[in-house]
Design a protein around this ligand. Structure first.
Ligand code: CP3
Length: 380
């Protein structure tokens, strides 16, 4: 591991700005491509680091976080158009005072989750002297150091978990099939639910602003559990907080592209495209890209008549389990995905993250196919 560099005053010049241009809605020579969870357990080089280092230790040690962030860029040299900082959405609940452990084979575990509205008093975000920037300075250091180490190869993405998804983890204490405990708050402790969502949203917005100050060049907000909400409950408990986060960040950094990934919320595409300031809407694989494109374009045209052709950019959306298939199927389905999104306004990605059982060489097939088929599409 090389020496760390925490200088935020000058960064290396960016050599590949394809992702940033596409995210801003500009025409590009091909669709940029990156993958959610591109740094992770499917990579043997990541598992080697994890043998000696507990998960959150990797997040907290800037040199390790940088190394892991760069692993996929090294392996897939020239094929990835963005790096995403190695961290986790659960650093926000930790900063707010909850303990989170990463249990091998089980995922995240909160030994002492929020149970009743009285437990909100245990959160430290309103305590005197609390500072998001102090609590999460280790993420800022990881971003700054990684931005230097990237040497301008590709832009560096920062991210946060969205309030509803984080609230669900803070109450359930880990993964859950029904989110029955978290949803009890929505329907039995509605005011406390809104208080918690609002407090998490403020922390998340400040954290994103700090991430840009530290070197992040674009941002993504993960609402991984949007699909557990009905359209009505999404409109009440998720959308306003997603919108607030984008407003807060855009007020400080209007030029920094922002993406929202509300997994499972295909019913909310129009709302995400018209009622928020996100530049990019990321899709999971349950929605047909052609239909998504038509729906968001129609909604944007109706909401901003006369504003011209500028619509939101779409990201996604290959079913990650297709990477468990044979190479020919991966090629076919990836090319079909690129065709379905059309010749502009697309950032290629999977519809969710890489899985530990994925073969890294199958991801290479996906990346190569995006390069060839999306460039071909634009020559037509
Ligand atoms: O490469 C990247 O995308 C950057 C790093 C990243 C991680 N987590 C690393 C990680 C990102 C962007 C996340 C986001 C995240 N974390 C989300 C949102 C995206 C999504 O998948 O919906 C969520 C819900 C979490 C919470 C979380 N963290 C879970 C559910 C797990 C367990 C996953 C599992 O499959 O068991 C984690 C742990 C985690 N975060 C790992 C990695 C590489 C694996 C942990 C390990 O090394 O043991």
């Amino acid at each position: 591991l090389s020496a760390v560099n925490f200088d935020t005053t000058t960064f290396p010049a960016l050599k590949n700005d394809l992702y940033l241009r596409a995210a801003r809605g500009e025409e590009t020579e091909r669709a940029p491509v990156w993958c959610m969870r591109q740094a992770g357990r499917y990579l043997p080089e990541f598992r080697a680091i994890r043998v000696e280092n507990e998960f959150f230790r990797v997040c907290r040690a800037p040199a390790l976080a940088t190394e892991v962030t760069l692993q996929p860029l090294r392996r897939y040299a020239g094929l990835l158009d963005a790096a995403i900082i190695f961290s986790d959405i659960l650093v926000i609940p930790q900063a707010m005072g909850l303990e989170v452990q990463m249990v091998a084979g089980k995922g995240p575990h909160f030994p002492d989750p929020l149970r009743t509205p009285d437990d909100l008093q245990r959160l430290v975000d309103q305590s005197p002297g609390f500072s998001v920037d102090t609590e999460l300075d280790y993420v800022y250091k990881a971003l700054t150091n990684t931005r230097h180490a990237l040497d301008g190869q590709v832009p560096l993405l920062g991210f946060v978990g969205a309030p509803w998804t984080l609230m669900a983890y803070m109450i359930e204490g880990g993964g859950s099939k029904t989110l029955a405990l978290a949803k009890t708050w929505l329907f039995a402790h509605r005011a406390a639910a809104h208080e918690l969502l609002g407090r998490v949203a403020e922390v998340a917005a400040q954290f994103l602003v700090g991430q840009v100050r530290a070197g992040a060049q674009a941002l993504q907000v993960f609402e991984s559990w949007a699909g557990e909400l009905s359209p009505q409950d999404f409109a009440e408990f998720s959308l306003p907080y997603l919108a607030l986060i984008a407003e807060r960040v855009k007020a400080v950094y209007p030029e920094v592209p922002m993406t929202v990934f509300a997994k499972g919320a295909h019913y909310a595409l129009e709302l995400l495209a018209t009622e928020t300031l996100y530049d990019v809407v990321s899709l999971d694989w349950t929605v047909d890209p052609r239909i998504a494109r038509a729906r968001v374009d129609a909604a944007v045209a109706a909401a901003r008549p006369g504003a011209g052709p500028r619509s939101v950019v779409l990201q996604g959306n290959l079913d990650p389990t297709i990477l468990l298939g044979d190479e020919e199927t991966i090629r076919e389905r990836t090319a079909e995905m690129c065709r379905s999104f059309g010749h502009s306004g697309h950032i290629a990605n999977l519809g969710h993250g890489m899985m530990p059982s994925h073969d890294p060489e199958r991801l290479r097939v996906f990346l190569e196919t995006v390069h060839s088929s999306s460039a071909e599409l634009r020559c037509q």
